[in-house]
Ligand binder design. Sequence first.
Ligand SMILES: C[S@@+](CC[C@H](N)C(=O)[O-])C[C@H]1O[C@@H](n2cnc3c(N)ncnc32)[C@H](O)[C@@H]1O
Length: 221
Amino acid sequence: MTSRTVPMDGALHDYLLRIGLTEHPVMRELREFTAGHRMAKMQIAPEQGQFMGWLAHLIGARRYLEIGVFTGYSALAVTLAMGPAGRALACDVSDTFTSIARDYWARAGVDGQIELVLQPALSTLQQQLAEGMAGQFDLAFIDADKPSYRDYYEACLQLVRPGGVIAIDNIFLSGRVVSPQPEDPPGVHLMHAFNDELARDPRIRHAVLPVGDGLTLCTRL
Ligand SMILES: C[S@@+](CC[C@H](N)C(=O)[O-])C[C@H]1O[C@@H](n2cnc3c(N)ncnc32)[C@H](O)[C@@H]1O
């Protein structure tokens, strides 16, 4: 028994992947391709992809909102888990990163299920609200520019249905959130304050998982 999460060294992580990963072959190819990318660290960990797919399946998600696509791994994990009836709205600003995503989504046969919108995500979220999409999403994933997290969260609270889930990535910022220093970038201070606000937000129930760089899950009440 333990009262703390066990530290994850390389051997234990390999073991976790061996027993915990049932990865679609195209997800594996994408992960291996992305590992050679200069920004590879931006991709979520494979065990987080597995978890998000499992979560989408658990809640019977049919409509997924993703903020921050990069090479498309998390969108692929969730869209495959939703099955052919699932639809994803994927927000990013980079045509370079997401051209890789589009390629692998097509290879996995889910490109027709994912609408990619290339512009600042907040504009896309505001457009969705203006088009009457409030309460229409089952699952949202916030994984883009950190200073905008609070705005993304407020928009997602409107766009996700009651009982739906908002997942928020990188809430640990590699541990820098614990006690931000004056020389830290504004994103660290903002994440520190945002994490405190979420812990007290009466509109949600939440749980923080020490997976990847920290993942907060919020259920809209
Ligand atoms: C951490 S990566 C996303 C990783 C992705 N979820 C995955 O599983 O591989 C962050 C992404 O956010 C995008 N991004 C940064 N600022 C943005 C903005 N204002 N609006 C939309 N996307 C943005 C970046 O182009 C980048 O692709």
